[in-house]
Design a protein. Structure first.
Length: 496
């Protein structure tokens, strides 16, 4: 078996994952402040920039499903090298862009390759180095996804203050190139996960078409009314295709994604619901308040006001590492939703928020986001066999991406068009976000109660050894069904 000189060494493999994931995820949050500068230099209209960012996010969402298919049928590490190479090409295209087509093509390629690498690289990193490294992997994953996003506004503000954008994109290209070097050094030619797995072009087609339609419709809200075919029509149509994807995989005899197993089990369903509510509420709150502050402060000043989000993300990443092998892992997402609701409530006290309120609110939202999605993802993954971890990550990330990247433009449009002015509309939208955060805490608890689930200490040795799930997850609504059955028996006995 061919191997690189650093194959099997955890620090190098972990660094490769970090360098592969951080660039685009940080860029997705940093691009806002420099968007006008990019548009001016490359003669790209605001509408075209919005559509380009939407298509990059759509590629990220669809890539999660594509990566699962390729992992089943093709040699995974060879595909990983291809993904990183394409990421470097996309990053160079975007950084050196001379026209709109070149920039958008590069940015879309960045989004696609990042999700391909997330599914191809993170589960093997979690499973290949034993229980002793799982804590480190949990911290790294949380920092890559949420720490990078929380750092974005400050980076974007720094670049906007300098009236430049190419240095940011060239730094991203350099980090991507470092990921490629590490991918070569850690190469280990592993076989496909399941060469006999079914080929699912319909599944990939539904994921791609649904993501493109939904994100295109959401991006068009920048310049078009909500009740138009090109906005709400495409948005609703795209969501319908994603729902059709879930239904078709649920009913399939040999599915590509483990939809049936996940959606009939209490803990995975609770985790998915919580992750969706958290992603929608947190991203929308940050984007809405940042828009109001942009008129009051310069881009760097405004970006620094959101830097406590990074501190919150770092804190919760460390917390995740501490509790990943404890029953407290299942309590952490609930605590995160409480922090998220508190952060949105702080933003809502005064609009635009003062500097002090912004610092406090952004810190709470950073804690909330970091303590919800990643822990909920691990909780869902531990409820199923380790062999399905890539598929679990793919499902959760597909749905999370839709909630995070698509809902934000809808809320932004709502804030501008409802209430008569931006401040009033933003206030109403923040109330909705607060409602989402509260629902994200209450609904999963109800799912636990109705299913009869109880927090347990995960049996990680059993999970990592491929012997079964790390803990027991009852069937969905199992406890409610048992109570209903007892009531029916009691009624039957009384009648007899």
């Amino acid at each position: 078996m061919r191997q690189g000189p650093l194959a099997g060494r955890y620090p190098a493999a972990a660094a490769m994952v970090m360098f592969a994931l951080i660039p685009y995820l940080a860029l997705s949050a940093a691009i806002g402040p420099v968007t006008p500068i990019i548009g001016r230099d490359l003669h790209i209209s605001p509408e075209t920039m919005s559509v380009g960012s939407g298509m990059a996010n759509a590629a990220y969402a669809a890539g999660t499903v594509i990566a699962v298919q390729f992992a089943q049928l093709l040699r995974q590490r060879r595909m990983m090298l291809l993904y990183v190479t394409l990421l470097v090409i996309g990053s160079v295209l975007a950084a050196a862009a001379q026209n709109p087509a070149m920039f958008i093509a590069g940015h879309v390629l960045q989004g696609l390759c990042t999700s391909l690498l997330l599914i191809a690289a993170v589960p093997p990193l979690a499973l290949s180095f034993g229980v002793e490294k799982l804590r480190s992997t949990a911290v790294i994953m949380s920092m890559c996804i949420f720490g990078a996003v929380s750092l974005g506004p400050a980076i974007g503000g720094f670049q906007a203050e300098a009236h430049a954008w190419r240095p940011l994109f060239w730094v991203v290209a350099a980090i991507s190139a470092a990921a490629l070097v590490l991918a070569l050094l850690t190469f280990e030619d592993t076989p496909p996960a399941d060469p006999s797995a079914p080929r699912s072009p319909l599944t990939i087609g539904l994921a791609a078409a649904g993501s493109v339609a939904a994100f295109f419709g959401a991006s068009e809200l920048l310049t078009h009314k909500f009740l138009e075919v090109r906005t709400v029509g495409l948005l609703a149509g795209g969501l319908a295709l994603i729902v059709l994807l879930i239904v078709s995989q649920y009913r399939a005899k040999r599915p590509l994604l483990t939809i049936r197993t996940m959606l009939t089990s209490t803990i995975p369903v609770a985790g998915i619901v919580l992750a969706l509510f958290a992603a929608a509420a947190s991203i929308s709150a940050t984007a809405l308040t940042a828009t109001l502050l942009a008129d009051r402060y310069g881009p760097l000043h405004a970006g620094l006001l959101y830097l406590p989000e990074l501190a919150g993300a770092v804190l919760t990443a460390v917390m995740l590492g501490v509790v990943v092998n404890k029953r407290a892992l299942q309590y952490l997402p609930l605590a995160g939703m409480v922090a998220l609701a508190a952060g949105i409530a702080v933003f809502r006290i005064q609009l635009p928020p003062t500097q002090a309120l912004t610092l406090i609110g952004s810190g709470l939202i950073g804690i909330g986001l970091g303590a919800t999605v990643a822990p909920a993802l691990f909780a869902a993954g531990f409820s199923l066999p380790a062999a399905t971890l890539q598929r679990v990550f793919a499902i959760v990330e597909l749905l999370r991406a839709v909630a995070a990247f698509m809902v934000a433009p809808v809320f932004a449009h709502f804030a501008v068009t409802v209430g008569g002015d931006v401040r009033t509309g933003t206030g109403i939208a923040l109330w909705i976000g607060l409602g989402l955060a509260i629902a994200g805490a209450v609904v999963p608890v109800l799912i636990y109660v109705l299913g009869g689930a109880r927090p347990e200490t995960p049996e990680l040795e059993r999970f990592m050894g491929g012997e079964g799930p790390a803990w027991h997850s009852p069937k969905l609504l199992a406890a409610a069904r048992k109570r209903a059955a007892r009531w029916r028996l009691a009624e039957a006995s009384v009648q007899s």
